[in-house]
Design a protein around this ligand. Structure first.
Ligand SMILES: C[S@@+](CC[C@H](N)C(=O)[O-])C[C@H]1O[C@@H](n2cnc3c(N)ncnc32)[C@H](O)[C@@H]1O
Length: 387
């Protein structure tokens, strides 16, 4: 496909998304209906769609509307390309610009583009949390997130992991957020085909999550419950950090833990699965990686930022409070509870931690928030001790 044809495909897909369909489903359906498109075409189209979703407000302002064509015109302007090279009307390319679209190109570019890419109702929480850094954080959230892997230190050194990735043509360099973190460069898309990944030397995990896990003081012989284990990302990181700890995983939805045994085997470790509603008690450490807005990860899931509503955020805050209360019963006297979210908002982070400390028999020991200005996703970790 020509570059212009890929933009034309992105226009069609963005029209479907604007009509309410989820982006992933639209991309899959498009690929099924266009079998001639190769993997490079599909990757480029996907990048265009996600670049628009990340910057939907500024693309709409620059392109003059919310439809696929206007959004892609806005994206081309944002990227500093000449619109006529894409909107050429040549075979499979988008139709040439109309007079109205052409007239739009002469209008000045608005100055507050980064803030337009953040939902209006969430500007106040962003401002409250980040103050003077708010525009820089909003700007960072408009760009693609780096790809990070966690080196499985139980298996391999950081240097050996870098060498193994290089054998498969994947560039990797250490990232300062965590000793286990490698940021991938060229070849990152091939990570799950690499020997290093297949043999459990590395696992995909954001650098902020790794930095948060590095703060968890799990020691040999202790018992640990990952109360909201999902696919087991945090449980696996804890197991790698402390091979001699006994780690259990629990989730309200057993199906979400389906991959944990396979992932644990690949990593050369063992994680015991608990049935939903039967997490057990008396753990030295309980981790609550709570369901949240996911706002810290919106560079990867930009659709979610336009979908979140004030009502949903309120529901999430209430759910987090409920889960913290449930999980607190699993902690042994004198044990620790660690609360994590991948949110940027105080309501889900500092305010939630302060409320829990006020209302429970737990004492807040420390908390740390990470923002995309640190390099990884937005993330929050708070540690409590049971009195
Ligand atoms: C942020 S995700 C966990 C991600 C996971 N820890 C990882 O690193 O891959 C939150 C998880 O909480 C689970 N969850 C939601 N409500 C819950 C509840 N009441 N009790 C336990 N788990 C719950 C969800 O099913 C979801 O898997």
């Amino acid at each position: 496909m020509t570059p212009a044809a890929r933009y034309a495909a992105a226009i069609d897909i963005l029209d479907e998304i604007a009509a309410g369909a989820p982006a992933e489903r639209c991309l899959t359906n498009w690929a099924r209906a266009h079998r001639f498109a190769g993997s490079k075409d599909r990757a480029a189209i996907r990048d265009h769609v996600y670049d628009v979703l990340r910057c939907r407000g500024s693309c709409a302002a620059l392109g003059g509307g919310q439809g696929g064509r206007a959004l892609v015109l806005g994206l081309i302007r944002l990227q500093g390309e000449a619109p006529e090279t894409v909107f050429s009307g040549e075979r499979f390319a988008p139709a040439p610009l109309s007079d109205e679209e052409r007239a739009r190109l002469d209008r000045p570019v608005p100055e507050d583009l980064a803030l337009r890419d953040w939902p209006d109702w969430l500007l106040a929480p962003l401002q409250a949390r980040f103050g003077e850094e708010c525009p820089a954080v909003a700007e960072a959230m408009r760009h693609r997130a780096p790809v990070f892997v966690r080196v499985n230190r139980a298996r391999v050194s950081r240097g050996a992991a870098i060498a193994a990735l290089e054998e498969d043509g994947i560039e990797a360099r250490p990232h300062p957020l965590a000793e286990t973190a490698l940021e991938l460069g060229a070849g990152a898309r091939r990570i799950q085909q690499s020997r290093a990944w297949r043999e459990g030397l590395v696992e995909l995990q954001d650098a902020s999550s790794q930095a948060a896990i590095a703060r968890v003081p799990l020691v040999a012989g202790q018992s640990c419950l990952d109360y909201c284990a999902g696919g087991g990302g945090k449980a696996l990181a804890l197991a790698a950090a402390c091979h001699e700890a006994r780690i259990s995983a629990h989730d309200v939805d057993a199906g979400r833990m389906r991959d944990i045994p396979v992932r644990a085997e690949r990593a050369g470790t063992r994680i015991a699965l608990r049935a939903p509603g039967d997490p057990g008690t008396g753990y030295d450490l309980v981790l609550v990686d709570a369901p949240c807005s996911g706002s810290g990860t919106w560079r990867r899931t930009p659709e979610a930022k336009w979908r979140l509503t004030p009502e949903r955020l309120e529901e999430l805050v209430a759910l987090q409070a409920r889960i913290l209360s449930e999980a607190s019963h699993c902690v042994a006297p004198g044990g620790r509870l660690v609360y994590m979210t991948c949110s940027l908002f105080e309501a889900e982070n500092e305010a939630q931690a302060a409320r829990f400390a006020r209302e429970s028999g737990f004492h807040l020991l420390e908390q740390r928030a990470f923002s995309p200005l640190d390099g990884g996703d937005g993330f929050f970790v708070a540690q409590f001790e049971r009195r």
